[in-house]
Ligand binder design. Structure first.
Ligand SMILES: CC(C)(COP(=O)(O)OP(=O)(O)OC[C@H]1O[C@@H](n2cnc3c(N)ncnc32)[C@H](O)[C@@H]1OP(=O)(O)O)[C@@H](O)C(=O)NCCC(=O)NCCS
Length: 415
């Protein structure tokens, strides 16, 4: 029996949703409201399913996203999500068929890149995606941190203040704060109204949710400059010892002062002995906000946001470069979407990029270009690993100086 891969209709959406849950090993059936919420969020024209005998056995969805790149420009991205193939139908090429169709349409539409959060490392490199932004999670042992247990919040130090607010307030002030945050954070992606609704429990996306606390930081001038969202597990040890772990779901700060105040605040809450930070940039300032940075122990360090370049010229012209330099890049791309030889003339004032017939300085797969693009990966490292080939002596050093950024990109969101 042949398997048909195509976009899904609204009537098929509940079956498609069941297949998503099956692939993600969640209970197969959701409440009607959850299915309706997901259907309303999905662009059905970009929602694919594989059907056998009328039953959905594989799923794939993409949506329009904005990705901030080094320098602050925003690119149109084809964000890929809900990728599953039921265990009865795995390893027969269904993912390959759905990915091929989606990327071809993204290219036609004019998206500059495609993005995704990879569940497992080996899945997406073959489709031209490279790991472009990593995350680190720390567990802070509050007792070891050296913070003063008498600290009563910001104020005396920087004139700022912290207030607890509720979800409705966050829906009002969160979007603007986040817009300002993402404009300066390479790797960050946009959040729409639905995102804020689900994040604050106004609407259910079907995933388990309990109401968290929301702490807002205002600077001395009264500007909202940071938000921390956290929940505690309420754990106690024997002999009446509070042993609460506070898990941070989101913490965005526009300034180091806001970050310092919010992290110290979460670490100062009575009964909280451990703070789990959630996914942070690997070079987050956090450990150094603590008098003893070793109190923050790394519990997760992993690749997170994967990027697939679709339009080399537009992508390379959109980001900024700290130093001047010229490179001719030979890009290999098995899917043919971004293959070619391109000359990049970069400088701190701007960059231009165009196809060229000049000899190549550097040869690499589009996957490696994706890994280098946001500034996280090192061209020297990739050359040492043999995945970037130096065709002209010194070209790898030029690529290192051009692509690498002093601060690392970070995508705080799962999508
Ligand atoms: C990951 C998943 C979508 C792959 O689907 P699939 O239809 O089996 O993939 P394909 O048959 O198109 O695989 C294409 C190639 O990728 C390889 N591949 C796919 N998934 C892989 C994995 N998890 N690890 C290693 N290799 C993998 C296949 O072996 C195949 O290699 P080949 O061309 O050399 O034979 C499917 O296994 C799945 O749903 N897993 C659980 C949910 C999940 O992790 N989804 C991804 C969320 S980001």
């Amino acid at each position: 029996m042949s398997i048909e891969v195509r976009t899904v209709t609204e009537a098929e959406f509940p079956d498609w949703n069941r297949a998503v849950n099956t692939g993600f090993l969640r209970a197969p059936t959701d409440a009607d409201e959850t299915v309706e919420w997901r259907c309303a969020r999905a662009d059905l024209d970009r929602t694919q399913g594989a059907f056998e005998n009328g039953r959905c056995v594989a799923t794939f969805r993409s949506f329009a996203q904005e990705l901030t790149v080094p320098g602050g420009a925003v690119l149109s991205a084809d964000a890929v999500s809900n990728v599953t193939v039921s265990p009865t139908h795995r390893r027969r090429g269904l993912l390959g068929r759905m990915m091929g169709a989606d990327l071809a349409r993204a290219k036609e539409r004019g998206d500059t890149v495609a993005t995704l959060i990879a569940a497992e490392y080996p899945i997406y490199g073959r489709y031209g995606f490279g790991p472009a932004a990593w995350i680190t999670e720390w567990a802070i042992d509050v007792a070891r941190s050296g913070l003063d247990p008498r600290w009563s919040g910001p104020g005396a130090e920087d004139g700022g203040r912290i207030d607890l607010v509720d979800g409705a307030d966050v829906r009002k002030l969160g979007p603007e704060l986040h817009e300002r945050f993402r404009a300066r954070q390479p790797g960050a992606v946009d959040r729409d109204e639905r995102w804020w609704g689900a994040f604050t429990g106004q609407t259910s996306n079907g995933l388990p949710w309990t109401e968290p606390y929301h702490a807002v930081y205002r600077s001395a001038s009264g500007e909202v400059e940071g938000l921390a969202v956290y929940a505690s597990d309420g754990a106690w040890g024997d002999s009446k010892q509070p042993l609460n772990t506070a898990s941070v779901r989101d913490l965005i700060a526009l300034t180091p002062a806001a970050g310092r105040a919010l992290w110290r605040f979460v670490c100062s809450i009575d009964w909280v002995t451990t703070v789990r930070t959630g996914h942070r940039a690997p070079d987050d300032l956090l450990p150094h906000f603590l008098p003893d940075p070793r109190a923050a122990r790394i519990v997760t360090h992993s690749d997170f946001l994967w990027v697939r370049i679709l339009d080399v010229v537009r992508a390379l012209e959109a980001r900024t470069y700290a130093v001047p330099g010229t490179l001719v890049l030979e890009i290999h791309d098995a899917a043919g979407l971004a293959a070619g030889r391109f000359r990049l003339d970069a400088s701190p004032e701007g960059a231009s990029c165009a196809p060229t017939a000049e000899p190549a300085d550097l040869a690499l797969d589009v996957r490696e270009l994706g890994a280098l693009y946001l500034g996280d990966e090192s061209a020297l490292r990739l050359a040492a690993l043999g995945t970037v080939t130096e065709e002209r002596p010194g070209a790898v050093a030029v690529a290192e100086a051009l692509f690498r950024t002093p601060r690392r990109p970070w995508c705080p969101d799962v999508f």
